[in-house]
Structure formats: structure tokens, C-alpha cells
Design a protein around this ligand. Structure first.
Ligand code: CMP
Length: 139
């Protein structure tokens, strides 16, 4: 089915000027960028976004990283977009990521792993709504 998923190009990637290179991987995979903006996340936004991880030992480090530099938040649209996006991102830990995936190509570590993507269609809807209003998404 035609789906929309939520994507973040993280600080390690924006710092290294990789926004276009990562978008090229997404577009080549058939994902259409139907909304995109570069933002500096607030601490509150990052804590809310990653609230599911707040008991994890890496939560503090994760929030500090996500607010350390600009990110690019995106809505990607395509057939089976949630799964397709996860496939082209590769495994969370770049050491386990398949050849040709964004994380194999660009990620530095499990924390500085260049991209985030929604893990389900339900979460995609929730995450999109945290950063975009309906009129900012142009399909
Ligand atoms: P993401 O898909 O953005 O969702 C949660 C993030 O937590 C994940 O990507 C990783 O970047 C990060 N993460 C997971 N495990 C660790 C870890 N051990 N240390 C630091 N960050 C982590």
C-alpha cells in the first residue's frame, strides 16, 4: 500500500554535509520526499520524541546528540514506505548494516548512526505529527 513514514537525517550526517547523498539513496529506492525541513531540535522535542527510550542507559547521550546540531526531518512516501525505508537505512548498528545501506555507507557508530526511521505505520503517524502540520506535506 502507499504509505508515509517519518525520517530524520541526524547531526552526524548534517555535520558532514551528507543530506543530499542520503536523500539520493532514499529517492533511488523509490521513496518520495513529500515534506522536509532543517531544524534545531529543542531538548523538549528530543525527549518527547524518544520518550519510549527514557529508561535506557543511552537516553541522555541520545538526547544530547540529537540537539547538538541541526537535523533534517522528513516525510517519505511510497509503496510500503515504512519497511522500504528501514531496509535502505540498514541495521541500527552500522557494524551489522548491509552493503549499500545508508548506515553502512555513512554511520559512525550505533549512536551516531546518521538516520532515524519510524518502526511502524502507527508510529509514523505519531512522529510525523510531532514535526509537521498537514499543509506542510505535499504529496
Ligand atoms: P533511532 O532509530 O533514532 O532510535 C533510537 C536510537 O537510539 C537509535 O536510533 C540509536 O541511534 C540510539 N541507540 C541505540 N542503542 C544505543 C547505544 N547503545 N548507545 C547510544 N545510542 C544508541
Amino acid at each position: 500500500a502507499l504509505e508515509r513514514t517519518f525520517s530524520i537525517i541526524k547531526p552526524d550526517a548534517t555535520n558532514r554535509n551528507l543530506t543530499g547523498a542520503i536523500n539520493a539513496v532514499f529517492e533511488k529506492a523509490g521513496l518520495r520526499i513529500v515534506a522536509q525541513k532543517r531544524v534545531r531540535m529543542t531538548r523538549e522535542q528530543a525527549e518527547t520524541f524518544y520518550a519510549v527510550h527514557k529508561e535506557r542507559p543511552f537516553f541522555g547521550e541520545l538526547v544530547e546528540f540529537m540537539i547538538s546540531a541541526p537535523v533534517v526531518v522528513q516525510v517519505l512516501e511510497g509503496e510500503n514506505a515504512v519497511a522500504k525505508h528501514r531496509e535502505v537505512m540498514g541495521a541500527t548498528n552500522p557494524a551489522n548494516a548491509a552493503e549499500g545501506t545508508v548506515r553502512k555507507l555513512y554511520a559512525l557508530s550505533v549512536g551516531e548512526n546518521s538516520v532515524h526511521g519510524s518502526d511502524s505505520l502507527d508510529n509514523a503517524k505519531i512522529e510525523i505529527a510531532q514535526f509537521f502540520s498537514g499543509n506542510e506535506i505535499v504529496g
